[in-house]
Design a protein around this ligand. Sequence first.
Ligand code: HEC
Length: 147
Amino acid sequence: MAKRIRLACGIALGCATVCGAQSEAADKATFQKICGTCHASSMVSDFKTEAEWTATVDQMVSIGAKGSSEEFDRVLRYLAGNFTRVNVNTGTAAQIAPVLGVSEAVAQTVVDYRMHNGSFATLDDLKKVPGLPASELDSRKARIAFR
Ligand code: HEC
């Protein structure tokens, strides 16, 4: 049954919000399960770059963290959406998207904008990119680096 629901969900149009929230909750549950085995998952509290998280997760695996590759994908996706810092002047669209909470297409407009207009110096510069949700940027500003 659960499988059928997931399948229907993936196919149906307009389910982005509902399905997004569901998979976000599933990602969080997987993160708490795998990363809360040896220490509390609240041990994860600092922001790191994507590369630093990949290295940390590799290190945890080397000392015994266990899960399927699908589960580690979920863990990394959860970390990208919640605990990852990105430099908006050097990051790729794929790296910027989960940190800003936007689609990769919108993140690509950030990359295009900086190519045409030069580096962003401040959050206000970043807000000039059409289509970015300003209030979301404010709430995520601790994770947005400019250099
Ligand atoms: C097999 C046990 C184990 C599991 C499972 C585990 N950890 Fe750890 N983790 C440790 C130990 C032991 C330390 C402390 C030693 C150290 O700092 O290397 C630690 C330290 C940490 C630290 C603090 C040090 C640092 O590098 O910033 C973070 C962050 C962390 N773990 C994240 C995670 C994440 C994310 C996961 C899930 C993928 C995870 N851990 C799963 C054993 C584990």
